[in-house]
Design a binder for this molecule. Structure first.
Ligand code: ZN
Length: 274
C-alpha cells in the first residue's frame, strides 16, 4: 500500500478543445521573479495581473475584503486587463455549471458581461477612488447650524451570496465648518454601496466616509433595504425589510437630535416617491 499521488488521466489531460467562437487564449506565460525585487513593485509579475495585485496587497497587509476599496493599487488600463482575466475565470464557471456557452446564443458573451458588470457596475466602489467632494466653507456669522437630512437611493450586493440589495440611506448631519454639495452625499453612499457588503457594514462605511468628507462629528445614517438573498433563496421571504442605524456624536448622545433625525426620516418617507 502506498500513498503516492497518481494524477487522474482524464482530469489532468491537456485540454484540446478547439473553440471557434469566444476563443480565449490563456495568459499562461512564464513568470520570473528576482528574489531581490519581490518585495518592491518592480520585477514582480505574475501571469495574471490579479495575482500580482493580490501579492502586493498581502505584502503590504492591505485588506482586500469584498467591501474594501483597493483603488490605490490600480493604474490606468488595469481594469481592462482585470476584466479580461475575470472573463476567462467566468468562462470556467459557466463550463463547470455545464452551460453551453459555445452554442447557446444567450450564454455566448455572458462571461464577459459578468466580468464587466462586476468591475464597472455592481462592485465599482471597490475599484474607483472616492468621489471628489469639493467642500464649501460654512464658517461665516450666518453659517447653517441646523440638521441636514439627505435621502440616497442605494444598490448594493451581499458579499455572502452576491445577491442584490436595494434600498435607501437617510444621511443626517449637523454641518461643521464646511459643507459639501448635496449630490455628494448620495455619491459617497453609492460609492460605499457598490461593493460586496453586509448592511451593518455598509451603514458604518457611509457614516465614516461622510464624516471624513465633511469633518463633522455629528452624523446619523439609517439604511433600509431589501435583500435578494432573503427574497430569491433561503427563506424566500418576499419584501422582508432590514433596517440599520449608525449614530455618531450628538445623534447618539442627545435625545432631541436623535428624535429630530427620525422625525425627518418619517417626513421624507411620507413625501418620497415609492
Ligand atoms: Zn446573502
Amino acid at each position: 500500500m502506498t500513498n503516492e499521488f497518481k494524477p487522474d488521466p482524464v482530469i489532468s489531460a491537456e485540454d484540446s478543445r478547439a473553440f471557434t467562437e469566444d476563443k480565449y487564449v490563456p495568459l499562461k506565460k512564464e513568470v520570473f521573479v528576482k528574489a531581490a525585487d519581490a518585495m518592491s513593485d518592480k520585477g514582480y509579475e505574475e501571469a495574471y495581473l490579479g495575482d500580482t495585485l493580490r501579492f502586493k496587497m498581502k505584502r503590504d497587509n492591505k485588506r482586500f475584503w469584498a467591501g474594501d476599496n483597493i483603488s490605490d493599487y490600480l493604474h490606468e488600463g488595469d481594469i481592462e486587463r482585470l476584466i479580461d482575466e475575470a472573463t476567462e475565470a467566468f468562462e470556467t464557471v459557466l463550463d463547470r455549471l455545464l452551460i453551453d456557452r459555445e452554442n447557446d446564443p444567450n450564454s455566448k458573451g455572458t462571461a464577459r458581461r459578468l466580468a464587466k458588470m462586476y468591475f464597472n457596475e455592481i462592485m465599482a466602489g471597490r475599484y474607483e477612488p472616492a468621489p471628489d467632494a469639493t467642500a464649501f466653507p460654512n464658517d461665516s456669522a450666518d453659517r447653517y447650524e441646523g440638521m441636514l437630512v439627505v435621502r440616497s437611493e442605494l444598490r448594493s450586493m451581499c458579499s455572502h451570496h452576491h445577491q442584490p440589495v436595494s434600498g435607501v440611506a437617510y444621511i443626517g448631519i449637523i454641518a461643521a465648518n464646511k459643507l459639501i454639495g448635496l449630490s455628494k452625499y448620495t455619491r459617497i453612499a453609492q460609492w460605499c454601496a457598490r461593493r460586496g457588503t453586509l448592511q451593518e457594514e455598509l451603514c458604518n462605511d457611509i457614516a465614516r466616509e461622510i464624516m471624513r468628507a465633511t469633518d463633522s462629528e455629528n452624523v446619523g445614517v439609517y439604511v433600509q433595504a431589501v435583500h435578494g438573498c432573503c427574497e430569491n433563496r433561503g427563506i424566500m421571504a418576499h419584501s422582508s425589510l432590514t433596517q440599520t442605524t449608525v449614530l455618531k456624536g450628538a445623534f447618539n448622545t442627545d435625545g432631541n437630535t436623535k428624535k429630530e433625525f427620525f422625525d425627518n426620516i418619517k417626513l421624507q418617507q411620507d413625501f418620497a416617491p415609492r
